[in-house]
Write a protein that binds this ligand. Structure first.
Ligand code: X5A
Ligand code: ZN
Length: 681
C-alpha cells in the first residue's frame, strides 16, 4: 500500500464566537484571537495553502457520550438559550469555565474537528495534521467542565479511534503546561491508551494543585504503568529541559509501547511568554517535539490545540508545528543545552516510579529522590531570552511587550528554508538515483584536477588510486551542494568510506563549518589528524576498538543490533541524541562502512532522528550500497514517508550497562545526558 502523505489543517472560524461576556480575571485569557491569530500567522508563512483543508463538523451526541455523562451533555445543551445571568450562574458551578450562548455549538465543533482529523489520518487521506479548536479539552471530565474546557476533544478522539478503527495502542502526548487531569481520569485504568503529561506543578502549588498530578500517579488497575506524569517544580523550564524529558522519559516509553496512533494535546502555554506557564521554551522547540513524534505510529500524528495565551508565542509555535508536520527542515535549537537541576530531579523521579512497568527501564538503577532541591531557581546560564535576566523586575504588561520584541527578533533569526527538502546525489551512482523511491537532485561530479587540487594538501597518499579519486569527485560534488546550502542533504557512494569521510570532514571544516558531527557505522580505521573540537566523532561498531580509548570528541560505541528487532532506539535516545544535541552541530555526516553492526531499521531511525540537528543538514556516505539500505536512507532523508522501523525490542542488561558507563563518562561534557542527580552533578 502507498504511504499516506500530506498534512491536514482543520479550522472553522465559527469557533471564535465562544467568548467571555462578563469580567473574570481567571478566564479572560482564553480569547477568540488565540484561534484567529494562529490561523493568520499560518497564512503569513504560506502554510495554509500547503495543507489539505479538512472541514470541521459537529461531534454527535453519541460521540460526546463516549467519554461524558448524559447529565453533563444535557447541562451543556441547556445553556444555548440562557441569558447572561443564567450563563454566569451555571459557569460558577465549575472551576474556571465560562459559557456563552454559542459555547455548546463551538464545543461540538471542537469535538467534530478533532474527529475529522482522526478520520483523515486513519483513512490515509493525509499522513498527519493539526486541528485548531476552541474551547480546549484536556481538563474536561466525565461529568464536569473545568479549566476552559467543556468536552474532552482528545479523549473523545482516543475512544473514537479505538472503536471505529479497532486500535489497541494509542499514545496521548500532553505538552500543555497544565496537567490534563481530565484525560488522566478518563484513561487511568485503560492500558490501551498511554497518557504522558508534563506540567507546571511547583510541589502542588500550581493549579489544579492535585496530588494525582505528581510523578507517582502511574495509572490504576489494568492501566498501571500507562499514565506518565512529569511535574515541573520550578518555572523557567526551557528548550533543554523539554528535550531531556523527551530523550529520557517519553520517547523510550513511546518506542517500547509502539503506538498505532499518536494524539497531541497541544497546548502552547508551555512556551516562552505565556502568563500561565512562565516557562522559557522558544517556538522552535515545538518543531523538534513534533519531529520526534512523527517517527512513531508510521507517522500517524494528530495535533489538537489546547492552551496557549501569549498570542505571538502561541501563533509562532503553531506555525513551527505545522511546518514540521509538512516535512520542512527542523530549525536549529537555541540556548545552552543543559537541563536544570530541578528538571533532572523530576526526570529521575518519574523514571524511578515507572521502572516496574517498562522493560527498557528495568536495568536502570534509578531511585526516587526524597529531598528535592529548594524552590529558589538556580541562576541560569546565558539564555537569549528576557526571563533569565535577573534584573528584570518588571510588570506583567512590560514583560509581555519585552517577549513580543524578543520573539520578533528571534523568529527573524530562525531560518525558514524553502521547501521541499532537496536531496542530492550524483548521476552515475551505482545505487542508481533513478531507482530511489524519491525525487533527488542530480549533481555533476567534480572535475579530476579540481579534486586533486582540493586533496593535495592532505591525504595525498590515500588518493593515488583512480577509483578512489573518482569516488571522491562524486562525494565532493554532493558535499559542496550541502555546504553552499543549495540542498539540505545528500548521499554519496564510496568504495572507501573512511577515506571519503576524512576528506569530507577536512573540507567542511576548511569551508568554515565550526562543528561537524560524524557518526560512523561499521568497521573503519579512524584517520587521525581531525581538527580538535570542530569534529565530534561517534563510532558505532560491533567490536571493541583495541587499544583505543574514547575521548570527548571521539566516542566509541560498541553496539550490535539485536537479531530479534530494533533495540538501537535505546542507545539513540539514551546516548547519541543527548550528545548530539549538547554539541549542536551545524553539519552532520553519517557514514555507513563495511561490516555494519546495525540493521536497516536502526540506520533509518538514526537518519530520521538526527534530522533534528544542523537544520536537517545531513551528508550520507555509503560504502554499503545494498539497495534496500539505500532506499531506506533516501526515504529517511527526504522525509517523504516514515520508513517502517520494524519491531522494537528492549535492550539487554549488558547494553543498558554499556550506555550507563558511557553516560557517566561523558555527562559532564555533554550535559543533555544527565537524567539523575546521584553522581555529584
Ligand atoms: C486549556 C488550559 C488552563 C486553565 C487555567 C485555569 N486551561 N487557572 O490551558
Ligand atoms: Zn494549559
Amino acid at each position: 500500500a502507498a504511504m499516506a502523505s500530506g498534512t491536514a489543517l482543520v479550522y472553522d472560524e465559527e469557533m471564535t464566537t465562544h467568548k467571555l461576556l462578563w469580567s473574570d480575571p481567571v478566564c479572560d485569557i482564553e480569547v477568540p484571537e488565540r484561534l484567529s491569530s494562529s490561523y493568520e500567522q499560518l497564512k503569513c508563512y504560506n502554510l495554509v495553502e500547503r495543507c489539505v483543508h479538512v472541514p470541521a463538523r459537529e461531534g454527535s451526541e453519541e460521540e460526546i457520550l463516549l467519554v461524558h455523562s448524559s447529565e453533563h451533555l444535557e447541562v451543556a445543551k441547556s445553556t444555548q438559550t440562557m441569558n447572561e445571568e443564567e450563563l454566569k450562574r451555571v459557569s460558577g458551578n465549575y472551576d474556571a469555565f465560562f459559557f456563552h450562548p454559542n459555547t455548546y455549538h463551538c464545543a461540538r465543533l471542537a469535538v467534530g474537528a478533532t474527529l475529522q482529523l482522526v478520520d483523515a489520518v486513519m483513512t490515509g487521506k493525509v499522513c498527519n495534521g493539526m486541528a485548531l479548536v476552541r474551547p480546549p479539552g484536556h481538563h474536561s471530565q466525565k461529568n464536569a467542565a473545568n479549566g476552559f474546557c467543556l468536552f474532552n476533544n482528545v479523549a473523545i478522539a482516543g475512544e473514537y479511534a479505538k472503536r471505529k478503527y479497532g486500535l489497541q495502542r494509542i499514545l496521548i502526548v500532553d505538552w500543555d503546561v497544565h496537567h490534563g487531569q481530565g484525560t488522566q481520569y478518563i484513561f487511568e485504568e485503560d492500558p490501551s491508551v498511554l497518557y504522558f503529561s508534563w506540567h507546571r506543578y511547583e510541589h502542588q502549588e500550581f493549579w489544579p494543585s492535585l496530588k494525582e498530578s505528581d510523578y507517582d500517579a502511574v495509572g490504576l488497575g489494568r492501566g498501571e504503568g500507562f499514565n506518565i506524569n512529569l511535574p515541573w517544580n520550578k518555572v523557567g523550564m526551557g528548550n533543554s529541559d523539554y528535550l531531556a524529558a523527551f530523550f529520557h522519559v517519553l520517547l523510550p516509553m513511546a518506542f517500547e509501547f509502539d503506538p498505532e496512533l499518536v494524539l497531541v494535546s497541544s497546548g502552547y502555554d508551555s512556551g516562552i511568554g505565556d502568563p500561565e506557564g512562565q516557562m522559557n521554551a522558544t517556538p522552535e522547540v515545538f518543531a523538534h517535539l513534533t519531529h520526534f513524534l512523527m517517527q512513531l505510529a508510521n507517522g500517524k500524528l494528530c495535533v489538537v490545540l489546547e492552551g496557549g495565551y501569549h498570542l505571538k508565542s502561541l501563533s509562532e509555535s503553531v506555525c513551527m508545528t505545522v511546518k514540521t508536520l509538512l516535512g520542512d527542515p527542523v530549525p536549529q535549537i537555541t540556548g545552552e543545552m543543559a537541563p536544570c537541576l530541578s528538571a533532572i530531579e523530576s526526570i529521575q523521579n518519574v523514571r524511578a516510579a515507572h521502572k516496574p512497568y517498562w522493560k527498557w527501564l528495568a536495568y536502570e538503577d534509578t531511585s526516587v529522590l526524597q529531598n528535592l532541591s529548594t524552590k529558589s531557581h538556580p541562576p541560569k546560564k546565558a539564555n537569549p531570552n528576557p526571563f533569565t535576566d535577573p534584573e528584570s523586575k518588571i510588570t506583567n504588561n512590560d514583560e509581555s511587550v519585552k517577549v513580543e520584541r524578543f520573539l520578533e527578533l528571534h523568529m527573524k533569526n530562525i531560518l525558514f528554508p524553502v521547501p521541499p527538502i532537496k536531496t542530492a546525489t550524483t548521476a552515475d551512482s551505482k545505487g542508481s538515483a533513478h531507482l530511489l523511491p524519491v525525487p533527488v537532485h542530480l549533481v555533476k561530479e567534480m572535475d579530476k584536477t579540481e579534486i586533486k587540487a582540493l586533496v593535495s594538501g592532505f591525504y595525498a597518499d590515500l588518493v593515488k588510486e583512480d577509483k578512489i579519486l573518482h569516488s571522491l569527485g562524486n562525494m565532493l560534488a554532493v558535499l559542496d551542494k550541502i555546504l553552499k546550502k543549495e540542498v539540505c542533504n545528500g548521499i554519496a557512494e564510496s568504495p572507501r568510506a573512511a577515506v571519503s569521510v576524512a576528506v569530507a570532514l577536512r573540507h567542511s571544516v576548511q569551508f568554515g563549518f565550526q562543528r561537524v558531527l560524524c557518526i560512523f557505522v561499521g568497521d573503519m580505521q579512524i584517520i587521525p589528524n581531525i581538527e580538535d573540537g570542530k569534529i565530534l566523532m561517534i563510532h558505532i561498531c560491533e567490536n571493541e576498538q583495541s587499544g583505543k580509548t574514547s575521548s570527548k570528541h571521539c566516542i566509541s560505541l560498541n553496539w550490535k543490533e539485536d537479531a530479534e528487532g530494533n533495540d538501537f532506539f535505546s542507545a539513540l535516545l539514551g546516548f547519541i541524541l543527548p550528545v548530539a544535541y549538547s554539541y549542536q552541530p551545524n553539519l552532520t555526516v553519517i557514514a555507513i562502512g563495511p561490516n555494519r553492526s546495525l540493521g536497516i531499521s536502526g540506520i533509518s531511525l538514526l537518519f530520521a532522528l538526527l534530522q533534528g540537528l544542523a537544520e536537517s543538514r545531513i551528508f550520507a556516505v555509503m560504502e554499503d550500497t545494498e539497495m534496500n539500505l539505500m532506499r531506506s536512507v533516501a526515504k529517511a532523508l527526504v522525509g517523504a514517508s516514515t520508513p517502517d522501523f520494524g519491531v522494537y525490542v528492549p535492550p539487554t542488561q549488558e547494553k543498558v550497562t554499556k550506555i550507563k558507563i558511557l553516560r557517566d563518562q561523558f555527562q559532564q561534557e555533554w550535559k543533555m545526558l544527565q537524567c539523575s542527580v546521584k553522581d555529584g552533578i
